[in-house]
Design a protein around this ligand. Structure first.
Ligand SMILES: *[C@@H]1O[C@H](CO)[C@@H](O)[C@H](O)[C@H]1NC(C)=O
Ligand SMILES: *[C@@H]1O[C@H](CO)[C@@H](O)[C@H](O)[C@H]1NC(C)=O
Ligand SMILES: *[C@@H]1O[C@H](CO)[C@@H](O)[C@H](O)[C@H]1NC(C)=O
Ligand SMILES: *[C@@H]1O[C@H](CO)[C@@H](O)[C@H](O)[C@H]1NC(C)=O
Ligand SMILES: *[C@@H]1O[C@H](CO)[C@@H](O)[C@H](O)[C@H]1NC(C)=O
Length: 473
C-alpha cells in the first residue's frame, strides 16, 4: 500500500475515533441515568485499559425479605447500541457466573494466574454482544438474602422466578436495553436454568407490558434430562477407557436411570461408584489435561471434586465447573477489599465472603426438574432459536448425554451430521434437528471457551446471526 495512504488512513482513524468518543460522551451527558453512573466500575484493581464501559452492583429482587442479586455487565466493545443483550449463567447448582463465565471463559477480563491482576481476553464475547453476568440464586457469589429461611426454598423454580424479577428491575436501571433483542446462554447445570427462565419469559410475554424480546437460547454441555445424562456419563466413561467392560456390563444390566430409586439397587450403586472413583483420579471436566496439583487443604477445593451422595435416595449430583487452580486465583481476587469496593459489593471495610461455588446451596437444592425435554418441545413450538453445543472431551455432561437427550425428543433431522470449520480446520461436527441445532467442539472440555476461545467466539457470533459457521473448508 502507498505509504501516503497509510498515513492518511491513520489520521482518518484518529478522526473517526475522536468523533465516536465525543459522540459517546455527549450521549452520556445528554442522558444521565443515575443508576448507570452509580454502578459504573471505574477503578477495578489490575484492570487492563479498555474502550467500553462496564457496570456492577446489586439489584433487589425482594424488598420484604431483603434479597439482592449481584450482576456484572459489560457493554459491547464496539457499537453497543446496535448489538443484542446476552445473559450468561453458570451452573453447579450454586456456582458463580462471575467466577466462571466472566473471569475464566468469555468475559473481557480473565483472572491472571497469580490472582493479583486481570488480563485482557481478545476473544471476549462482548466483541459481539452486550454481556450480562448474574450470580444466581441468592447465596451464590456476592448475591445474598437477609432472610435466612429463603435458603430453605432454593431450587429450580425459585432461581427462575428471581432471575425473571431481576431482569425487569435491571431494565429499570438500564432502560435503553428494555426493548433490545435478548438471548440467554449458559453451561452445565444452567442447562436447566436457561430453558426454565426462557419458558417463564415466554409465558409472561403474553402480557405485553412485560414483553421481553427473547430471540434464542444457547446451551453448552448442558444438563438436560437426568436419566439420559446418567446413561451418557457411564457410556462415555466406558467408551473413553475410564472404566472396564465388566463395570459397564453391570451398569447396563442393573441400572434403571429412569426409575425413581435407581440407587437402591446395590449392584448399580456400586458400579456407578466405581465410575466416579476413577474420575476422581483425573479431571472429569477435561479428560486429557492435567489436574491441578496444589495445596489442596482448602476445603473449598472440594467444589471441583466429584460429589456423590450414595446414601441419598435422590439422584446423586455432581457439581459443574472446571480447573481448581483457576478457581483459587478467582477466590483470592474477589475477596480483596479494593476489588469488592470497585465492584460496589462492599464499602471496603466490612467484606463479603466470596466463593466460586457454595456447597451449602448445592447440597440443599430442593427442587431439580428431572427433564428439560418438555420445555424444549414448548420452546421449539414457539419458534425460539435453540442451539446446543458440546465440548467432546468432557466426562461430566458428555457429548453422549446430550445426543441421547436430544434424540429422545424425536425431532426430524433436517441437516445430516457434518463437520463445521474454523480457520479451515474442523471445529467439530454439526447436526440440525427441526427446531434445535446441535454442534460439537472437537477437543474441548466442559467449559468450552477456556479450551477453544477463538472457535467459541466464532460460534457465538454464528448463533447471534442465526447463520451456521462454515460447513466447508
Ligand atoms: C440487608 O440488610 C442490610 C443490613 O441491614 C442492609 O444494609 C441491606 O440494604 C439489606 N439488603 C436488602 C436487599 O434489603
Ligand atoms: C452459602 O449459602 C448459605 C445458605 O445456604 C449462606 O448462608 C452462606 O452465606 C453462603 N455462603 C457464602 C460464602 O456466600
Ligand atoms: C401485566 O403486567 C403488569 C405489570 O406487572 C400488571 O400491572 C398487569 O396487571 C398485568 N396484566 C395482566 C392482564 O395480567
Ligand atoms: C416412585 O414411582 C412409583 C411408581 O411410579 C410411585 O408409586 C412411588 O410413589 C415413587 N416413589 C417416590 C419416592 O417418588
Ligand atoms: C502452599 O502452601 C505453602 C505452605 O503452607 C505456602 O507457602 C504457599 O504459598 C501455598 N501456595 C499456594 C499456591 O497457595
Amino acid at each position: 500500500m502507498d505509504p501516503m495512504f497509510k498515513i492518511m488512513g491513520f489520521f482518518y482513524l484518529i478522526l473517526v475515533n475522536l468523533l465516536v468518543l465525543n459522540a459517546r460522551h455527549w450521549s452520556i451527558d445528554k442522558k444521565p441515568n443515575l443508576w448507570e453512573t452509580e454502578d459504573l466500575v471505574a477503578n477495578l484493581p489490575g484492570q487492563p485499559m479498555v474502550n467500553f464501559r462496564h457496570y456492577a452492583g446489586y439489584v433487589t429482587v425482594n424488598e420484604q425479605n431483603g434479597r439482592a442479586l449481584f450482576y456484572w455487565f459489560y457493554e459491547a466493545s464496539a457499537l453497543p447500541d446496535e448489538k443484542p443483550l446476552v445473559l450468561w449463567l453458570n451452573g453447579g447448582p450454586g456456582c458463580s457466573s462471575v467466577g466462571y463465565g466472566a473471569t475464566q471463559e468469555i468475559g473481557p477480563f480473565l483472572v491472571d494466574t497469580d490472582g493479583h491482576a486481570l488480563k485482557f481476553n481478545p476473544y471476549s464475547w462482548n466483541t459481539e454482544a452486550n454481556l450480562l453476568f448474574l450470580e444466581s440464586p441468592v447465596g451464590v457469589g456476592f448475591s445474598y438474602s437477609n432472610t435466612s429461611t429463603d435458603y430453605d426454598n432454593i431450587g429450580d423454580d425459585f432461581t427462575a422466578q428471581d432471575a425473571y424479577i431481576f431482569l425487569h428491575k435491571w431494565f429499570l436501571k438500564f432502560p435503553s436495553y428494555r426493548k433490545r433483542t435478548f438471548y440467554i446462554a449458559g453451561e452445565s447445570y444452567a442447562g436447566k436454568y436457561v430453558p426454565e427462565l426462557a419458558e417463564l419469559i415466554h409465558d409472561e410475554n403474553k402480557n405485553s407490558s412485560l414483553f421481553i424480546d427473547l430471540g434464542g437460547i444457547l446451551l453448552g454441555n448442558p444438563e438436560t434430562c437426568d436419566a439420559e445424562d446418567w446413561k451418557g456419563l457411564v457410556d462415555y466413561a466406558w467408551s473413553h477407557a475410564v472404566i472396564s467392560d465388566e463395570t459397564h456390563k453391570i451398569i447396563k444390566e442393573s441400572c434403571d436411570f429412569y426409575s425413581n430409586d435407581t440407587w437402591s439397587n446395590e449392584a448399580c450403586s456400586q458400579a456407578v461408584d466405581e465410575v466416579l472413583k476413577q474420575y476422581k483420579e483425573i479431571d472429569i471436566y477435561s479428560l486429557y489435561t492435567s489436574i491441578c496439583i496444589g495445596n489442596s487443604t482448602n476445603s473449598e477445593d472440594i467444589s471441583m471434586q466429584v460429589m456423590f451422595r450414595s446414601t441419598s435416595k435422590l439422584m446423586p449430583r455432581i457439581i459443574g465447573g472446571y480447573d481448581p487452580c483457576l478457581d483459587d486465583y478467582a477466590r483470592y481476587y474477589y475477596n480483596r477489599a479494593d476489588v469488592q469496593k470497585a465492584l460496589h459489593v462492599s464499602d471496603g471495610q466490612r467484606l463479603r465472603g466470596w466463593s466460586i461455588c457454595n456447597m451449602t446451596i448445592f447440597n440443599g437444592w430442593s427442587d431439580s426438574k428431572e427433564s428439560m425435554l418438555p420445555i424444549y418441545k414448548k420452546l421449539i413450538a414457539s419458534g425460539l432459536r435453540i442451539w446446543v453445543y458440546s465440548g467432546d472431551t468432557d466426562g461430566r455432561v458428555p457429548v453422549l448425554s446430550t445426543r441421547y437427550s436430544l434424540s429422545s425428543i424425536g425431532l426430524r433431522i433436517t441437516r445430516a451430521w457434518r463437520p463445521w470449520y474454523h480457520q479451515k480446520q474442523v471445529g467439530g461436527w454439526l447436526q440440525e434437528y427441526e427446531g434445535v441445532t446441535f454442534a460439537t467442539f472437537r477437543g474441548a472440555g466442559h467449559a468450552v471457551p477456556i479450551f477453544k476461545p477463538s472457535e467459541s467466539l466464532a460460534f457465538f457470533s454464528a448463533f447471534l446471526s442465526g447463520e451456521y459457521p462454515p460447513l466447508q473448508r
